[in-house]
Design a protein around this ligand. Structure first.
Ligand SMILES: NC(=O)c1ccc[n+]([C@@H]2O[C@H](COP(=O)([O-])OP(=O)(O)OC[C@H]3O[C@@H](n4cnc5c(N)ncnc54)[C@H](O)[C@@H]3O)[C@@H](O)[C@H]2O)c1
Length: 322
């Protein structure tokens, strides 16, 4: 997609997915790309390669602050809203979670109301909650089992309301277990990175619960491509206020993932360790992805290939840190 002549704002632009969107927008000839991040979780190193890029601007600021957000939204033609608090934040600092995910999104929407901008808003399968159903469609009832799922679900509703009521041009992309380079591996981010980080340091991966929980992993480049598909549709006047589940068709248990990573990259004889099950964890967050597939979404990077690329990135990062 060609973004020639467009100014893009990526909130959470120093984070995992946001920084890949920043790169893709610059590669697609955007006139200017602004990454807004408060660096609570974002990393300078995710953007350091763009330090001297003439079309890139990094802004250290907070989406909860309306005076920061409004002028940036007014300047941009397109906004990718990737800034968010995480599941772990919602457990220990629920007010921050609420303010970031709901008030932050509200600030963007209010500023958009006064203008004619386009928003692709990042959401999560966590808005749906636990279910035994085989595959959840976009309109599946929402019963989130975490405060993070509640705040992200509320943000979705705000986006839909502003789209219906105020004609704001916005679509919602719901991610499910994205993985790839730049995903944090030391904390509580994606299980692929966390397992890789541990195994590459000679430590056994730790599984919470039985390991039978199913995940569908999507390589970050494919999610970025999906964001562009939604942007293209919005520019053509389609998808307004619509939600799209976005996930590859790779299905794997957490135990299967741990065994695969140990076999490929770990020392002989390593076995996964088990910890207590996590409160509110979604055991089968399996989306129905036919809607996004009808507009062209496909897994372009196989899980094996994506895992190898991610493994190399974690290896390099560990080498830099040591
Ligand atoms: N990674 C996944 O598997 C996944 C799955 C489902 C949904 N999501 C959603 O995708 C989006 C991006 O997630 P990610 O995995 O890249 O996470 P991430 O933590 O790497 O990126 C989020 C970024 O937002 C920034 N941020 C947080 N609070 C902020 C604030 N108040 N103001 C400005 N910046 C702030 C953080 O510093 C971070 O850089 C989020 O909306 C998340 O809810 C991700």
């Amino acid at each position: 997609m060609n973004l020639n002549g467009m100014k893009v704002l990526v909130t959470g632009g120093a984070g995992f997915i946001g920084s890949h969107i920043v790169d893709a927008c610059l590669e697609s000839s955007a006139e200017k790309v602004i990454a807004l991040d408060n660096f609570v979780n974002g990393q300078e190193k995710n953007l350091s390669h763009l330090r001297h890029h003439p079309r890139f601007v990094k802004i250290s600021g907070d989406i909860r602050d309306v005076d920061t957000v409004r002028p940036l939204v007014h300047e941009a033609d397109v906004i990718f809203n990737e800034a968010a608090s995480k599941l772990v934040v919602s457990r220990v600092r629920p007010r921050i979670d609420l303010e970031t995910n709901i008030l932050g999104t509200f600030n963007i929407l209010e500023a958009m109301k006064e203008t004619d901008k386009i928003l692709v808003h990042a959401s999560t399968g966590s808005v749906l909650g636990n279910t035994d159903e085989a595959a959840m469609r976009e309109d599946h009832p929402q019963n989130p089992s975490t405060l993070y799922g509640i705040s992200k679900g509320a943000a979705e509703k705000y986006v839909r309301f502003y789209s219906d009521e105020f004609n704001v041009r916005a679509a919602i992309i719901r991610y499910f277990h994205v993985y790839g380079p730049r995903q944090e591996y030391g904390g509580e981010a994606g299980v692929v990175s966390i397992f890789l980080g541990r195994v590459l340091q000679g430590k056994a991966p730790v599984i919470f619960g039985t390991g039978e929980q199913i995940r569908c992993f999507t390589y970050v480049r494919d999610d970025v491509a999906a964001n562009f598909m939604l942007l293209e549709g919005l520019l053509d006047g389609r998808y307004r206020g619509e939600v799209f589940n976005c996930a590859a068709r790779t299905r794997m248990s957490v135990l299967g993932l741990a065994e695969m990573i140990i076999e490929k990259y770990g020392p002989q004889g390593m076995k996964p360790m088990f910890g207590p099950a996590r409160l509110g964890e979604n055991l089968r967050p399996i989306p129905d992805t036919r809607k996004i597939e009808t507009i062209g979404f496909r897994e372009s990077v196989s899980f094996e290939e994506g895992l190898d690329t991610t493994c190399h990135w974690v290896e390099n990062d560990l080498a830099v840190l040591s």
